[in-house]
Ligand binder design. Sequence first.
Ligand code: CU
Length: 554
Amino acid sequence: MTVQQQRGHCRAGAWRRHSCLLAGTLARAWHFHAASPALLICACCLTLPAAHAQTGCLGRPYPNTVIQNPLDLTASNGVLKAELTLRSQEMLELPLKACYVYDAGSEQVEAPTLRLAPGDTLDLSLKNEFSYFRHHTTPPPPSPPPHDPCTGGNTATTSTNIDFHGLNIPPDCHAGEATITTIENTDPPFTYKFQIPQDHPPGMYWYHPLRLGSATVQLNGGASGVIIVSGIEKVKPEVAGLPERILVVRQQFDDDDPEAWPPGESELSLNFELSVSPHRPSPVIQMKPGAKEFWRVANAASQAFLALRVMFGKTAQPVKLIALDGVPVRKSVDLRTIELPPGGRAEFIVTGPAAGQEARLLQTEVEIGRTGPESDEQELAKIVATPDAKVPPALVGGMPGATAPAPRPAARPTVVRKLYFAEANNGTIGPTRYFLAVEGQTPRTFKPSAPPAVVTKVGAVEDWIIANRTGENHAFSMHGVHFLLLAADGKTLLNPEMRDTVTVPAWEGEGPYPTVRLRLDFRDPRTAGTHVFHCHILHHAETGGMGKLQVNPQ
Ligand SMILES: [Cu+2]
């Protein structure tokens, strides 16, 4: 049963409509989202045929469910060939679902983890069956056939593409290009095909839509999954043999209108299980008492800045940092708070609580700035230690891959540039426009067809000092090449590490603008091409906060 059928049926009779609304209200009141499809069907659609699950999204975990890793799809003989279908499912009064569905034969699975070794080829086919278009708008006509996704297309919420976040791959169509490429829901399956470089850092990456006009709606609906470049145990032997836990934090919004800012109510989820304690029980992470695990956490929220703590009772526990943004760190410091901007990843070793000890994974309150959306404390999961815990499989070694940390940029930059985040309203009450501008240039909202904001050449080593002139945090994210984060909030970092996404903190309204300083190294000829950089609050990117960097061959 499609949503349109549900809605049409409900509108056919006043009492039925009332039942639908009542069911929706109950679902909302109980935060009973995962169970609500059944509730809605019971309440208003008893006379219709059974649901056709294969056309919508899959069920997501019930409250109190033990967290499990997503299904792994692992490359064999140097190739990972897989097919994903992007779908949508609209439920009355519930957040829109957007889902990457993988047909595993006996069952369909949402958002599998793509596992590749350096040197492997990803051969990924994406079928776009996303049918949701924003309310009060008319779906655009499909581009006239034959439509070539590499040339662009509709900017409707039905169009899509994939950004393989953080992978150092060429910015070409069918690979790392993610602002022009447009796959419409009338197109045949589109193939992404590229090789993971032999010297690629081993770590956690992720995939998500970045098509301007639909990316926020689709990401908020849950369209995201993990990519693991294998071999981290070669660089960080302390993780070998530890249970490897994949954790993805997503954020769903009650109102899917991306024009709304600050956005309305939202809920975080962990591996698709909503974390809305105390309204309903939290997800459960089962661990063996006192045992170590290797946690790989992605912030796949479109807006939430994370500050994660593993709490035993009221005390934050130290965790041992292993990698940031897919790159093993040079210095494995102990941290009690893991801060992750939207798009960021952290990998770390957690020691479990004793049997019976109260423990949880906590999102703590984050300073977002005067005009940013609220960010309250939220329990993401209970951590339950029990001797018969079902823990994820241990990280196996023996995969090919890098054996040394990623090389660092040169000690001195050849160019220093200044960029800044800014915002402007259209009139006094119009929607906010976002800018990620180069100092000295007239700020413009981003257009994929616009000339590059920055032009450089292979061989350059650039320092970018990025200021925030707005009252809210932004998340600067660079495609195609990692950067060394040298300074944050004006302070030089003691342990600079490679990153692909970084928080640029809000300006308080007086005093100097907060800045970050990062170093980009273009001495590798493979960095040639046109890359994009943008705010990873995807709504900001979609409404202008993006730019292009052209690296010319030497
Ligand atoms: Cu932003």
